[in-house]
Design a protein around this ligand. Structure first.
Ligand code: GDG
Length: 453
């Protein structure tokens, strides 16, 4: 979970997680990683059967598509669910064994929605919170999951449940009222409470963010500045449109490519005038849906390039790989238009990173209505319905034609909003709601060395 790294660094926390490999963990590698990260890492080991059931089948094969509003892609297996429960219980056991009763436990994301239930059973007085990084779906969609009551009841075992947006929180509260008997909700504003089994559970919207200063500063570093000038030159000074996403069916990449096709068809001025750079980072490559999606994107890119390429111009520059941090910043800084059109997205940090790295303040952000980030940025981004390719095509043309003054005005406001609401503010607001503490209560020490195992 790279989003959290800047907050945990050099402050004395403990990160418990699955290292992403099966088999025995190399302790030396883990110690090295702890030293580099600036916080202690402790592994929870999983075998191949558990990875298949807990990670691939339930987390990424059922919860991920359903919570992103794509129920037809969700597959359910009771056997796999039993293992999802078992793995969540193992996490609770490890947390219990590795922490003190006074330690605050903050569980991250949809893989671990049941940890509260098991940890509460081991230690009824433990203070613990949960944050969901992906959307919480509307009622009729959520109700389809066979384990809806287990999920909601287990989440209510936390003291604080955080969502990315008010829309997610509203969806969650609707599901609770419908599925869990005898709950009462109180309050209004960003954090409300639910009374459940004589306990008070607080539920809030805490939009996650980025380390704004770091993106802003690194984008001004010499190699990034030089790289971005070089990139502009390499693309003949054309307007660069940028999309960066994991290759995932939630990110709306085929719809975005279709919108580009429509834009090039409707607005001939764009032919030879724009270059669309799409970076698709390989993800979950062992899942059939992701392989099908890759083939679909490969085909579309070839098709559109075949249709429009001229001797001296190719519309789409497609990269199927991840890029280094410096390259990422170079693309952000060089891009005239950030085009991020997910069909559903908890937040979409790329949108915030693009704006933070746009230090020349001359870029335009086109953002899907269905990205959590739109709730915060809709006034200064051009927001679109990613399913409406005509609307996205018009937005591309509108951004291409936008006057310098308007671009600067919008980008300044976008950046000011992200600067004020950065990742440190996100942690601060969660900690404030959770335990009335602040990030400053856990000060950063330049020379901090995490205790090793
Ligand atoms: C989940 C939720 C929510 C991407 N490509 C490269 C690269 N990245 C980095 C970006 C950004 C991160 O990965 C992607 O974050 P997103 O927010 O866009 O998307 P998810 O991975 O789906 O994340 C999402 C997030 O959790 C946090 O709560 O916003 O909604 O789905 O930081 O910079 N980094 C490098 N090379 C790449 O090629 N170095």
């Amino acid at each position: 979970m790279t989003a959290l790294a800047p907050v945990l660094k050099n402050r004395g926390g403990l990160w418990i997680g699955w290292p992403g490999i099966t088999g025995e963990v190399d302790q030396q590698a883990l110690d090295d990683a702890s030293l580099k990260a600036g916080y202690r890492l402790h592994p929870v080991e999983l075998d191949e059967e558990e990875v298949e059931a807990f990670y691939r089948t339930i987390s990424n094969g059922a919860i991920w598509p359903l919570f992103h509003g794509l129920p037809t892609l969700a597959n359910y297996s009771q056997d796999a669910w039993d293992i999802y429960e078992r793995v969540n219980e193992r996490f609770a056991d490890v947390i219990y064994g590795r922490t003190k009763q006074t330690d605050y436990v903050w569980v991250q994301d949809y893989h671990l929605m049941l940890v509260g239930r098991y940890l509460r059973a081991l230690d009824p007085g433990r203070r613990m919170g949960f944050f969901l990084h992906i959307p919480f779906p509307p009622l009729d969609i959520f109700l389809q999951i066979p384990w809806r009551a287990q999920i909601l009841n287990a989440l209510l075992d936390f003291d604080l449940i955080g969502f990315q947006t008010m829309r997610d929180r509203r969806n969650f509260l609707e599901a609770v009222r419908r599925v869990v008997p005898d709950v009462r909700t109180h309050g209004a504003g960003s954090v409300v409470s639910v009374e459940h089994l004589d306990r008070e559970v607080r539920i809030g919207a805490f939009p996650i963010s980025i380390d704004y200063q770091e993106f802003c500063q690194q984008a001004q570093d010499w190699p990034v500045g030089e790289g971005s000038r070089w990139l502009k030159h390499a693309f003949g000074g054309r307007c660069i449109i940028l999309g960066i996403d994991r290759l995932d069916y939630t990110k709306g990449i085929p719809q975005r490519l279709e919108a580009l096709r429509v834009a090039l068809t409707r607005y001939p001025e764009l032919r030879g005038g724009v270059t669309f750079i799409q970076i698709a980072v390989p993800s979950r490559t062992d899942v059939p849906e992701y392989r099908v999606l890759k083939e679909q994107i490969d085909r579309l890119v070839g098709d559109i390039n075949g249709q429009f390429t001229e001797m001296d111009w190719t519309p789409i520059h497609y990269m199927y790989r991840s890029v280094s941090r410096d390259q990422l910043l170079t693309f952000y800084r060089a891009a005239d238009i950030g085009l991020l059109t997910p069909l559903a997205d908890g937040m979409n940090l790329v949108a915030k990173e693009y704006a933070a790295a746009n230090v020349d303040e001359n870029g335009v952000l086109i953002l899907s209505d269905f990205a959590g980030a739109a709730a915060q940025l809709h006034r200064w981004a051009i927001t679109v319905n990613p399913h409406n390719v005509l609307e996205v095509a018009d937005a591309i043309y509108g951004a291409y034609k936008m006057a310098q003054g308007e671009k600067r005005y919008r980008m300044r406001r976008l950046r000011a909003s992200i600067r004020r609401n950065d990742i440190f503010r996100w942690v601060d607001s969660f900690l404030e709601a959770a335990v009335a503490r602040h990030l400053d209560d856990f000060p950063y020490h330049e020379d901090y060395v995490p205790p090793l195992e």
